[in-house]
Design a protein around this ligand. Structure first.
Ligand SMILES: NC(=O)c1ccc[n+]([C@@H]2O[C@H](COP(=O)([O-])OP(=O)(O)OC[C@H]3O[C@@H](n4cnc5c(N)ncnc54)[C@H](OP(=O)(O)O)[C@@H]3O)[C@@H](O)[C@H]2O)c1
Length: 246
């Protein structure tokens, strides 16, 4: 039996890509999963598929930019499955392009989803984790924040803001209640490029994804590795990239 069996895992950005793959893997290994994102039809289809294969899943439409939506996601986990063991704050968008393009609306959207969205998850989950005496926050940051490249400055900034917040939270939480994990993927083949407005940058990213990106299941296995450790073992950071990525 997997150490993940019986855990209750809520995942934001579960309607596609890394979040969907993580939901499928967690459910396969015996977790009950609570699926959050805006596209309700995609979530319901995924929940149906997991339930049809002897898993346990519920769909919960959330927009992570709204604090109350994250509270609802966490409440659904507790109401339907009795507790919340892991929140995977994975929802993200990538409105990348040169800073000189002054895409202020795109910067704001990334800050709202990538940073505020994760903070809303932390705010919703922490009181539950404290009450239970146990809980695990996992977030999807990016290698974009480790190797800074042109067009990715603001996106990388949002990811590194989250990395910093997670490390600060870790240092404030050494009483054994909370585990924190930041996963930094390199290129992963998902729908993320759809959120890029600049057509040239979008084409380049799609080309890279087609040529050498990891399948999202590779990142899901990294999430599972962190979650399946015994409660006294915290995997703080994982970097996972295609072997051929520069
Ligand atoms: N793909 C990569 O190369 C890569 C590399 C490093 C890090 N990442 C990070 O990995 C995470 C997952 O992205 P992905 O690559 O799997 O891309 P994806 O397939 O586009 O998935 C993004 C997910 O975020 C959700 N989302 C976006 N805005 C949201 C909002 N306001 N509220 C709730 N959910 C929202 C989307 O669902 P809805 O549209 O249905 O809301 C979708 O489920 C992101 O944080 C991304 O930055 C990706």
């Amino acid at each position: 039996m997997s150490p993940i069996t019986g855990k209750v895992v809520a995942i934001t950005g579960a309607s596609s890509g890394i979040g969907e793959a993580t939901a499928r893997l967690m459910a396969e290994r015996g977790a009950a999963v609570v699926l959050g994102a805006r596209r309700r039809d995609r979530l319901e289809e995924l929940a149906r598929d997991i339930n049809d294969h002897d898993g346990r899943a519920i769909a919960c439409a959330v927009d992570v930019t709204r604090r109350e939506d994250l509270e609802r996601l966490v409440d659904r986990a507790v109401t339907e499955f009795g507790r919340l063991d892991v929140l995977v704050g994975n929802a993200g968008i990538s409105k990348i392009g040169p800073v000189a393009d002054l895409d202020v609306d795109g910067w704001s959207a990334m800050i709202d989803v990538n940073v505020r969205g994760v903070l809303h998850g932390i705010a919703a989950a922490l009181p539950v984790f404290r009450r239970q005496g146990r809980g695990h926050l996992v977030t999807t940051v990016s290698t974009a924040g480790l190797k800074i490249t042109p067009t990715m400055a603001v996106y990388a900034g949002t990811k590194n803001a989250v990395r910093t917040i997670m490390e600060g939270l870790r240092q404030e939480s050494t009483d054994g209640v909370l585990r924190t994990t930041s996963i930094s993927p390199g290129y992963v083949s998902t729908e993320l490029a759809d959120s890029i407005d600049d057509p040239v940058v979008r084409r380049d990213i799609r080309k890279n994804m087609a040529e050498f990106a990891l399948p999202p299941g590779a990142v899901a296995r990294a999430v599972a590795f962190a979650v399946e450790q015994p409660d006294d073992v915290e995997i703080g950071d994982i970097t996972i990239r295609p072997t051929t990525q520069a």
